[in-house]
Design a binder for this molecule. Sequence first.
Ligand code: PMP
Ligand code: GLU
Length: 395
Amino acid sequence: MTTAPILAHRMSRIKPSATMAISAKAERLRAAGKNIINLSIGEPDFDTPDHIKKAAIAAIEAGYTKYTAVEGITPLKQAIVDKLARENHLIYQDNQVIVSCGAKHSLYNLFSALLNDGDEVIIPAPYWTSYPDMVLLTDGKPVIVETHLPQKFKMTPQQLEKVITPKTKLLILNSPSNPTGMAYTSSELAALGEVLLAHSNVMIASDDIYEHQLWHTPPFVSIVNACPALYDRTIVINGISKTYAMTGWRIGYAAGPKLIIDAMKKAQSQSTSSPNSIAQYAAVAALTGDQTCVRDMTVAYRARHDYLIGELQKISGIQCFPSDGTFYTFPAICGLYNHEKGITNDLTLADYLLDKAEIAVVPGSAFGAQHHIRLCYTTSMENLVEAVARLKRLF
Ligand code: PMP
Ligand code: GLU
């Protein structure tokens, strides 16, 4: 083989997704006979509701097994338009919507459509692990804004103002947040909106994928609800993975200005052609069917949150606060360093937990915040009780 570099330069800019890699490692250990409790991957443990599965089976039997329109089937786009109006008070035409292979692919399409070489993308940290890498893969430059526990991991308007430059193209907001579980209030979003209104070069990606995993009422607000003047500069990203326990069906969507959605369609037409036809019919059933399943799952996540945070707070060395939603908690763990020789950071602690307690977690560094770990409570209460017992034995 030639000694010249074979791979494209862009591959050296990025790393594999930490959440996917750690979960795969946990599954390998489990297959090898270890009693692993996997608190790493953000994937609902519930089964996809029956009425949604039945819609998929009906789609197969009806022969809906061919390519679809690039941007998705008309009934699904309509269901998304209706959902955004009904639940989010956001009005879109169906030509302002694109369905993709998961919200992850919607984001990737968006970055491909928007970013020129070196365009800056503001990403508040802790962030979902894939944002910076996807930005790098599409030639953008991530600009990370660090936030900390005392500010509930929420970016302030002053922090935002400070990092905006003439090269800023996009801001990514994710509320409630993966990995912190914290959600911006309407007034906090309005204050960020004030800053953004003064900088017309900045577009906003509002990643609303955890909108339903929220404990308090009134429910979810996005930046466009808080600051309607940003409607023309915002691309709403959402999907069915988390809300309907459908991670493997790979359906997500984006809604926003037609010019941008058209460019995303162009990118999609040259990559995946269309999302999976059968999953699209299942997504129609998810969005238009009975929503009791969504409420039931959120009630279960909330009970797990209350239990887990309560117990973590009792372990000396772990600093953990209740969150607003999602199914993640993001405690600070520097108090556990040097518990045993060699535990000096979040990476070595995560390894130690996997080795000694057989608990898989994701180190905070993967989310741009070392000295933390992310625990995902998409597992049964029995498993959480066992995980807590193992942690208490260990520390
Ligand atoms: N955004 C955030 C914040 C996420 O945590 C995830 C996790 N999967 C996604 C987007 C992508 O979800 P999906 O591709 O399964 O729709
Ligand atoms: N978003 C989930 C997580 O953070 C799923 C895996 C992924 O695509 O990152 O664990």
